[in-house]
Design a binder for this molecule. Structure first.
Ligand SMILES: Nc1ncnc2c1ncn2[C@@H]1O[C@H](COP(=O)(O)OP(=O)(O)OP(=O)(O)O)[C@@H](O)[C@H]1O
Ligand SMILES: [Zn+2]
Length: 465
């Protein structure tokens, strides 16, 4: 069966049918790089990285493009406030973005295009829209003629008349109609700018994605994605721009992630109720944050609190401990045992269950439940008197593959200090009990994780090797 995904455009779950067999062309709106990302901003990064990984796991070749908005009003404002220039700020926060999302287990996109490096195609795009009558110049600005585009409102399911109610013409704007939006903004004195047929200025926010998505993925994409707040007006405007230019559907499937809230309010920079990823990962394993995020279906809201994050840590550790215990047991395991088939069958059926859950609109929450079932099954197996290498390996491989799909690491290199100390405590107890086999096993386990023990008269000391 095909992967089913919820399409904001049709408000239905639909089977995913790629434009080109075996391929997925996917564009995710990236950050405006004027600050560190907060936990809310990290949700689309984690969610759509997982979507990409899952498509790859199911054998698709994914072309994944995610932009950086490296010039816009917010960046210009930040530059003025900090007394720095826009490119310096953008560079700093692009680096910070990579650092944060890499820590969260996100792979780099195939292309991370930047607005400032694509000015030529953006200007060309706007010029073509003017030529076709979908845009007009007014005093150095260029606006999109919203009413001219028939399907306007189809993504956010609003009619032009409903939209008209909320629309205003701000002072100084030279729009023909309150619904029109800016494609090009004339530069104010001293502002960063680029030459264009309409004078010095910079592009509006929406046009950049239409132009860059087209350059890297073509006229029609399989999937276009971003946070729920982007559906309107950003994505609605992207559709208007792209479809007016090409006459073809811009994206076949639109995916939107739900909000991270704090006290039931959207986490956002403007409300000031945000927690930066950069800060939180100083005291919390970033993998736990990823696990936390994936424990909820991507379209549901998450009410964030540090306490909740802390609670998921124990659950995540339980999964990893099962895996570690399997690896340990491998050495003392034998060849085939009589009931191998039974266990392998059960593992197979859990794998199938995981795929079924993920095929259903990337239900990572249920996928993670299946991982807990796998862990329970593994723990049960480890209670058997004798265990077979073959079964242990099968369990271990399943853990490794399914963790990889979710971008989670089983790696012991992330052992926290407390975990190391707990293992040392366990080893001390084993030595008191004169269980030298166990105490040596723990020493070896720690050694494998690059932790070196030193027994001194004052007790056991440890260091990372
Ligand atoms: N609280 C949130 N929960 C989930 N996704 C969010 C949240 N806030 C922003 N996003 C998403 O983060 C991505 C990056 O957005 P962008 O850099 O434009 O953030 P922003 O709009 O400046 O953030 P803010 O909303 O805090 O002002 C977008 O896909 C956006 O939808
Ligand atoms: Zn966009």
């Amino acid at each position: 069966m095909a992967i089913q995904l919820y399409n904001t455009l049709t408000r239905k779950k639909e089977p995913f049918i790629p434009l080109e067999e075996g391929k997925v062309k996917m564009y995710v709106c990236g950050p405006t790089v004027y600050n560190y990302i907060h936990i809310g901003n990290s949700r689309p990064a984690i969610v759509f990285d997982t979507v990409r990984r899952y498509f790859e796991f199911r054998g698709y070749d994914v072309n994944f493009v995610s932009n950086f908005t490296d010039v816009d009003d917010k960046l210009i404002k930040a530059a003025n406030e900090l007394g720095e220039d826009v490119p310096a700020i953008a560079e700093r926060f692009i680096n910070a973005y990579f650092e944060d999302v890499t820590a969260l287990g996100c792979k780099q996109a195939d292309v991370h295009p930047r607005v400032t490096e694509n000015m030529d195609i953006i200007i060309e795009f706007i010029a073509s829209l003017i030529e076709k009558g979908y845009a007009y110049e007014a005093g150095g600005d260029v606006y999109y003629r919203t009413r001219k585009f028939d399907g306007y409102g189809k993504l956010s399911h609003q009619s032009i008349d409903e939209l008209k109610v909320g629309a205003r013409i701000e002072r100084g704007e030279k729009k023909e109609d309150a619904l029109d939006f800016a494609l090009w903004k004339t530069a104010k004195e001293g502002e960063i700018s680029w030459d264009s047929p309409w004078g010095k200025g910079r592009p509006g926010w929406h046009i950049e994605c239409s132009a860059m998505a087209r350059k890297y993925l073509g006229d029609t994409l399989d999937i276009h994605a971003g946070g729920q707040d982007l559906a309107f007006p950003h994505h609605e405007n992207e559709i208007a721009q792209s479809e007016a230019l090409t006459g073809k559907p811009f994206a076949r499937y639109w995916m939107h992630n739900g909000y991270i809230n704090i006290d039931n309010e959207k986490m956002s920079k403007s409300l000031g109720n945000f927690v930066l990823v950069h800060e939180i990962i100083k005291n919390h394993d970033p993998q736990v944050l990823r696990f936390f995020m994936l424990s909820v279906h991507y379209r549901n809201p998450i009410n964030y609190s540090e306490e909740l994050l802390e609670n998921t840590r124990a659950a995540f550790e339980r999964l990893k401990t099962s895996y570690q215990n399997l690896l340990h047991r491998r050495e003392s395991s034998t060849g085939l045992t009589d009931d191998n088939c039974q266990w392998v069958k059960q593992i197979d059926s859990l794998r199938e269950q995981f795929i079924k859950e993920m095929d259903d609109d990337f239900n990572t929450a249920n996928g993670i439940s299946v991982l807990f079932d796998l862990s329970k099954l593994a723990n049960q197996y480890l209670l058997e008197k004798s265990t077979a290498v073959e079964v242990i390996d099968r369990f271990a491989k399943e853990f490794e593959e399914l963790f990889e799909v979710l971008g989670l690491k089983l790696g012991s290199e992330e052992l926290l200090d407390e975990e190391i100390e707990a293992l040392i405590e366990k080893r001390n107890q084993a030595r008191k009990d004169r269980d030298f086999k166990l105490s040596d096993e723990i020493r070896d386990q720690l050694k494998e994780m690059n932790i070196i023990l030193e027994d001194t008269p004052q007790g056991t000391r440890w260091k990372r090797g």
